[in-house]
Design a binder for this molecule. Sequence first.
Ligand code: NAD
Length: 492
Amino acid sequence: MDDDNNIMNFINGEWRNSETLEYLNVVNPATQEILGKVPLSTINDIEAASQAAYKAYHEWRRIPPTERVQYLFKLKSLMEANFDNLARTITMECGKTFDEARGEIKRAIENIEVACGIPILLQGYFSEDIASGIDEFMIRQPVGVASVIAPFNFPGMIPFWFMPYALACGNTYIVKPSERVPLTMQKVFKLIEQVGFPEGVINLVNGAKVAVDAILDHPYIKAISMVGSTPIAKYIYSRAAANGKRAQCQGGAKNLSIVMPDADREMTTRVIADSAFGSAGQRCLATSLVLTVGEARDWFPDMICDNAAKRVVGYGLNPDVEMGPVITPQSKERIENIIEQGSKEGAKILVDGRGTVVEGYEQGNFIGPTLLGNVPTDGFVFKTEIFGPVLGMTHVIDIEEAISLINNHEYGNMACIFTSNGESARKFRYETEAGNIGVNIGVAAPMAFFPFSGWKESFFGVLHGQGRDAVEFFTQEKVVIERWPKEWTRKF
Ligand code: NAD
C-alpha cells in the first residue's frame, strides 16, 4: 500500500483519519491485490462533515454563481490533466476495462461542463403587473447541505451526476462513495484540494451503513441523492423523507430490448453485445434480456452467441481485453447460481461463461459472457436483476407482446428497440413504460444536459440527476410578490 492508498476523509478542507476502528479491504477484482483499507466512518465523522458544510454554506451561497463556477472550471482542467490516472484507478478497484474507465471520466467531466452554465440555468422568472402596480417573481435559492450516497459500479462518474450542480447552485456537499471502490474519489478529492474551494464547501466521508444512516438523520443535511440497488434505494428514500429531506434515489434495473425481424443484423448484434457484456454487465443500463420478435429468432441468437464466444476476458489494464471481472467473489458466486437456476427453470445455456480462468489472473472474479435461450417469462431469471455478463433471450409473437412484457416488468430503467421501421419505433417510444428509451441504441445513457431518468422500481423521487432536473433538485423556489405604492416615493 503506498501513501496514495491510505484512505482518509476530507473534511473542512483537510485530510483527516476517521475515528473508527473498523476498516474493510479494497481489493482489485482481477488480481485480488489489496489496494487499501477503507475506514467505516462513524456518526461523529458525519457530524464533523455536516458541521463544516453547514458553516461553509452561509458564505458559499453568497458568492455569485459566475464566481462559483470558476472553481468548477478549474476542477474540469485538473481532471482532464489527470484523466488516465483517474481511469487507471477505476479499472484497478472496479474491474472495468481502461477504455470503459476513460469513458466514465469523460461523462463525469461533461456534468461539470453543464453545471458551469449555472448563471443561466439558475435564472427565475418575472411577471409585471399581476395586479395594478404589483409584480411577482420566482427566484431559485440553494437548499443548504446536500449529500450523495454512491454505488460501486461507476466510482468516478456517479457522484458527478449531482455534486457539480449542487455546488454551482450554492449548496455545500458531502460525498459518501461506495466502500468497495473508495480510491477514485480519494484521487478526485486530491484534485478538489488543489482547486482550493473554501473550507467545508465540499467534503468526503468514507463508510457504509453507519455513515449513511448518520447522513439520513442529520438535521443539517437537506437533500439526499442516492444510486444503488432497489431495496437500499427504497430504504434511503423513505428514511430521508421521514426526516423531512428531499431525496432522489436511483435503484436497480432489468433492461429489456426488442429485436424486430427488420433490424439491421450486424449493428444490432454488435450494439446489444456491447450493452450486455460491457463493464461485465455491471451497469444499470446493461441489456439483460432480449425479446426476439417473429423471424428475428432465426438469426439473432446465432449471431450474438458468436459475438459472445469471441469476447476477450481479462484484466482491464491489458490493452486487448474487452471485458473485466465482476466486483467480488460473492458476486461471481451469486451470478453463477442464477445461471444454474435459469437452467433448472427451463432456459437453455447457449454460451456458458462459468469456470472462465484467465491466465496470470487465476484468482480473478471472472465470468465469461453467458447466453441463455428460451428464458421463461414467469421465472427468476426473467424477473431478477443479475448485474453480471448474462444475457437472456425470450421469443415473442409480435411487438404488442414484447411491449406488454416490458410494461409488466417491475423495473423501468431502460428499454430499447432495434428496427428499421419508423412506425414500430414510434409505437415503442410512445407506449413503453421505462425512463430511458433507446431506438437502435444499446446503452441509452442520457447526456449530462438531459435527466438520467428511470421509472417504477428503478427510481424513487420526482427530480432526476443531471441537467435541469438537478438544478431544480438543488434549489428551492422562492416566490415574491411586491407592491411599491407611488405615494410612498419621496419627491426630491
Ligand atoms: P448498494 O445498494 O449495495 O449500495 C449503494 C450505496 O448504499 C453504497 O454507498 C452503500 O454503502 C450504501 N448501502 C448499502 N447497504 C446499505 C444499508 N443497508 N443501509 C444504508 N446504506 C447502505 O448498491 P451497489 O451494489 O453498490 O451498486 C449496484 C446497484 O446499483 C445495482 O442494483 C445497479 O442497478 C444500481 N445502479 C443503478 C443506477 C441507476 O441509475 N438506476 C446506476 C448505477 C447503479
